[in-house]
Design a protein around this ligand. Structure first.
Ligand SMILES: C[S@@+](CC[C@H](N)C(=O)[O-])C[C@H]1O[C@@H](n2cnc3c(N)ncnc32)[C@H](O)[C@@H]1O
Length: 263
């Protein structure tokens, strides 16, 4: 038997086994997940046994495939980084539409690097820096960085601890889920340090608001993603820290999801 027909026989057998495992785990729900999984599995070689085990375990397909799409890029992932979310694409879009004249941009808590790298690819005259407290996350971000012709400078830092310059724009999608919240089953695969924050989910957002002013150029902007119903507390924190022109921005579901303020 020729090599190509041997391969296609193996792919077909894998597809049948994957469909079977999927149906027994998810029944007839989440059909789009099966579709994306089969597409990804056909493009590269995977161990069938491992994939079947992951399906039964309900591992997110993004971690099974070890990559996912975000904005205009494809991002390598592992369980040290958050799976990039569609709502965060709006944050990138907002920056590209409204902050294209910024010379220096800082992305705090960069994870896979998706926000920083997409910005660097579109705003070729901006110098983009990304930070994270996780060394493993930065290894992934640095691999993803190869897709940008204007590479991001990634720095290991506890929020601003290793930062010693000012930026025209500081952006962040920090952890904002309350430790009291019962996590959806799918979130249990993601790094908890990327998701959970103390003080009803507000601790890290508030830390960033109070520290960012020292690292913003005059007139510079702070733009952050946040959780549902956190906007009043964050607006108050921004007012207390003398930010101006505070603006709330909604996601595609009409929920307040981003907060913007200027120094
Ligand atoms: C919600 S994830 C966002 C990841 C990525 N920016 C995205 O939007 O997909 C939050 C990130 O913040 C990082 N992080 C948490 N605490 C941090 C800290 N004190 N200093 C720097 N980064 C932190 C986590 O490691 C994680 O990568």
């Amino acid at each position: 038997m020729q090599r190509s027909s041997l391969k296609s026989k193996k792919v077909k057998e894998q597809e049948i086994a994957v469909r079977k495992a999927w149906r027994s785990t998810y029944k007839n729900s989440y059909e789009e997940g099966l579709h994306f999984l089969l597409q990804g599995l056909n493009a590269e070689e995977f161990s069938t046994d491992k994939v079947l085990h992951q399906i039964r375990d309900k591992t997110p397909i993004q971690y099974i495939l070890k990559k996912w799409f975000f904005y205009d890029g494809e991002y390598i992932l592992d369980n040290h980084v958050l799976i990039p979310r569609p709502e965060t694409e709006l944050l990138v879009d907002h920056i590209i539409q409204n902050f294209s004249d910024c010379s220096t941009i800082l992305d705090l808590g960069t994870g896979s690097g998706c926000i920083a790298i997409e910005i660097s690819k579109k705003l070729l005259n901006s110098k983009v820096t990304g930070t994270d407290i996780s060394k493993k996350a930065l290894e992934i971000a640095n691999t993803n960085n190869l897709q940008s012709s204007n590479p991001v400078n990634f720095i290991l830092s506890n929020w601003f601890s290793e930062i010693d310059e000012c930026f025209d724009l500081i952006v962040s999608n920090p952890p904002y889920i309350s430790e009291k919240e019962e996590l959806d089953e799918s979130l249990k695969f993601e790094p908890q340090s990327a998701l959970i924050s103390k003080n009803e989910g507000l601790f890290d957002l508030e830390q960033i608001i109070s520290q960012a002013r020292h690292y913003l150029s005059e007139g510079g902007a702070l733009l952050m993603e946040h959780g549902i119903d956190q906007e009043s507390a964050l607006t108050q924190k921004m007012l207390n820290n003398s930010y101006k022109k505070i603006e709330l921005i909604k996601d595609l579901k009409g929920i307040n999801r981003f907060i913007l303020g200027y120094k």
